[in-house]
Design a protein around this ligand. Sequence first.
Ligand SMILES: *Cc1c(COP(=O)(O)O)cnc(C)c1O
Length: 358
Amino acid sequence: MSKYFNTRYAGLKQYVPGEQPRGKQYVKLNTNESPFPPTENVVEAVRQAVSSAHLYCDPDCRLIREEAARVYQVDYDEVLCFNGSDEVLSFAFAAFGQDGVAFPVLSYGFYPIFAAVNMVQGFPVPMGENMAIVPEDYYGLNKAIVIANPNAPTGQYLTPEQIEGIVKNNQKHVVVVDEAYIDFGGQSALPLIKKYDNLLVTRTFSKSHSLAGARIGFGFGNPELMRDINTLRCSTNPYNVSAMGQAAGLAALKENVYYITCCKQVAKTRDQCAKALKTLGFQVMPSLTNFLFVSHPGVKGEMLYKGLRAKGVLVRWFNQQDVRDYVRISIGSPEEMAVLLSALQDILQEEYHAKRVD
Ligand SMILES: *Cc1c(COP(=O)(O)O)cnc(C)c1O
């Protein structure tokens, strides 16, 4: 830290993303990206957008919002577009967090950091049994609430009725539902934005629509909530989504049906992989996402992570209380999952032999 850095940021811990290796080829199952590349239409749309990149992009993201409104059956003024959903999440902490923001202890690692950087107080809510989010624990907290649904890294899914319970019981504060993984099998709470003016739903195209690198996220909510968020957006960077990003997102939305099919394919691979992992003795948390959160009674999480890495497979390990024994495995192609399973089999064998020698 230089002597010039504002002291208010002195204790700030930055978010550490999963590694994006350059050079060595890994089977990359650590950041929940899609195994499907963008379609040719998306690539072509970006190519065309580049040719006008000497001009500023549309600060209102009009075309992509119109299409999003159509696809998600909301009004145009109920949706905004962002440079990834991390951006709208951070704005939400700033905009609605004045009484503090509550979120599950085991959830997206960015939430406590969004709280810190936006100078609002974060209130981690303990998990229930089996690392569950217990909806009633979030009733009447008198603070804003952020819940990832399905949750990461646990994979747990709450029904729209359970989400509605939380929203209904916190009408003096905004409830943010982070639906980064909703397209992998859950049912969205999106229709509820028409009924509750304190519900903000966020989505991202990073996982479901093969656009992690393009940075496309959405916020949905009552027009007044959207105006508040938009005030922060326009006071920070009105050109927050690049022309290429907008073009990519629009083209992907136009092929929404195809991307949903990809998500279904990923879900199928996930369920097959979960079965295979259980056969190897893994405990597998139920998941409606594009990842599996797993542990093994015979091998520590760190060993799994390091062992896999040595065999060319990247997964995510969180050195954090209660989840140290787990690794989070993104769902890739069936071929990639076969490599993972075979590497795990080897690790278990090696571990078994090492123990026999002792
Ligand atoms: C990946 C992820 C996001 C953010 O994704 P962006 O790439 O910024 O759109 C938000 N929330 C959760 C829970 C995620 O896993």
